[in-house]
Design a binder for this molecule. Sequence first.
Ligand code: FEO
Length: 407
Amino acid sequence: MDAREIAKEIYYVGVNDRVTELFEALWPLPYGVSYNSYIVRGSDKTALIDTVKIDEVRQFLDNVKGVEQKALIDYLVINHMEPDHSGSIPEVLANFPEIKIIGNRQTVGMVKGFCGVHDDARFIVVNDGDTVDLGGRRLKFYLTPMVHWPETMMTYVEDEKLLFSGDAFGTFGALDGNVIDCEMDISTYIEEMYRYYSNIVGKYGRFVSNALAKLKGTDIRTICPTHGPVWRDHINEVIEITRRLAAYESEPGVVIVYGSMYGNTAEAANALASELAALGVRKIILHNASHSSMSRIISDAFRYEAIVVGGATYSMRLFPKIEEFLIAMETREIKNKVFAAFGSYTWAPGVTVNKISEYAERMKLPLDASFSFKQKLDADSRNALREFARQIVNAIEVRETQSKANA
Ligand code: FEO
């Protein structure tokens, strides 16, 4: 993808990756991903904002040199050191030997560790609220730790009211020609934003909320994240999505995640979905944990207000895919949900529901309902399942009533 000007003397020089299958070697990339980098020119100095994953360095350097054929780049601003953005730092330093690195104290330690740069004279260390003058325009730095690493910060171009936001407001999906939201259909990027946030940043909601509070009152007309489109027309929407996810606020809907070896637990999951539908639940998402990607399951669990987990009992333990999902929830500290469990067994009654119940207690995510059945649904267990569905819907109604009262 070619470099292009996105605001006065501000250029997009990022790259697309349609080769990597798993982001962080974990999360599927069905639409690819972009690693965004930008150049900001003042009348005296020029700054490069972040770099890209090393795999795409050739295209990246072509883009940078396409903008800066003659001029030197004076500063490399590092908002985030995860290697999808910092991997090309050594190449940038080799191509622009005079360049100074702008980062905070945490950044410096990481540049030394990841890139082997030990000359302190190369660094300009900034603190929260510091500015750097490029001539006719200033960059202002906001330290936003844990969005998504300890060193993460954001860089604001005061005259353009433009924010380089790092991973915040980022999303999966390569950029197919257009760069700015107003030029493209953003629906896939918005959907992928939920998966990106929940998979990558999800654990750090408190810190994301802190960052949003810090930015409150700053006039932002353009957001330039490290992944996905530049936001201009949809700034309020992406800030609101991020705010809600960071606060663990949910949308109406029930996510049923089940593990089934021979179809009997799957039958119960499907029957539960039918009962919920009959009770008026409109948004129901069923995930077979052995089939759906964990990435998608986590995203839906993060997004919707009720999670129902069920599994066949497996050698006196939780079904392994269900255990994996519960660990993923724990890693992201998913909370403020209606939470229910069901399990099937052949000779070990109660194992699945008991283990999920212990997990719920540890996670301070109390179980609102539970249901067990032996081997295969029969008339009695079908009645019990119907009651289980009612309890879930009741818990949702109580939660929604409380949310309204607290609003
Ligand atoms: Fe896109 Fe946290 O790196």
